[in-house]
Design a protein around this ligand. Structure first.
Ligand code: NI
Length: 159
């Protein structure tokens, strides 16, 4: 296991569309293990494979305070959304910035696990926001593309 370099700012790989995972092999397991390490090391709540330079449809997440809700999503798809929430969002690939984005309040996702088995997930609040944010990464979309009308990016270190 290893920490991988997080791609930031205008790195063109962040704007590309990722390909589905077809081979559930050691190479995938290494990627997942490294992404988990990188997520925890960076203190983030979610990470998409493009953020570590790999254009595959893979996401790891843990939105819990005590790091007890780790999940791996392979070839994830949103199956339903409900309600809405407006709040501040940030991204490990846009360090030092945040912005206001409106997202669904409840999101259901289907995804494969590392054995290739399809599983269903439901997220509310932060977890729903994270599902949307991370799945966007797989299509080259960043939260700054989706800022609410009239909103701009803020520096998190602004005085
Ligand atoms: Ni992000």
């Amino acid at each position: 296991m290893a920490i991988r370099n997080i791609r930031v700012d205008d790195d063109p790989i962040l704007r590309k569309t990722s390909r589905p995972v077809t081979d559930f092999n050691e190479r995938l397991f290494d990627l997942l293990d490294d992404m988990k390490d990188t997520l925890y090391k960076s203190g983030g709540v979610g990470l998409g494979a493009p953020q570590v330079g790999v254009l595959r449809r893979v996401v790891v997440m843990d939105v819990s305070e005590d790091r007890s809700d780790y999940i791996e999503l392979i070839n994830p798809e949103i199956t339903s959304i409900e309600g809405s929430q407006t709040g501040s969002e940030g991204c490990l690939s846009l360090p030092g910035l945040c912005g206001t984005v409106t997202r669904p309040m409840v999101v259901k996702v289907k995804a494969q696990n590392r054995e290739g088995k399809w599983c269903l997930y439901k997220g509310e609040g932060l977890k729903a926001r994270c599902f949307c944010h991370e799945l966007d990464h797989l299509d080259g979309i960043l939260y700054k593309d989706k800022l609410d009308e009239g909103e701009c990016l803020y520096r998190t270190d602004a005085e």
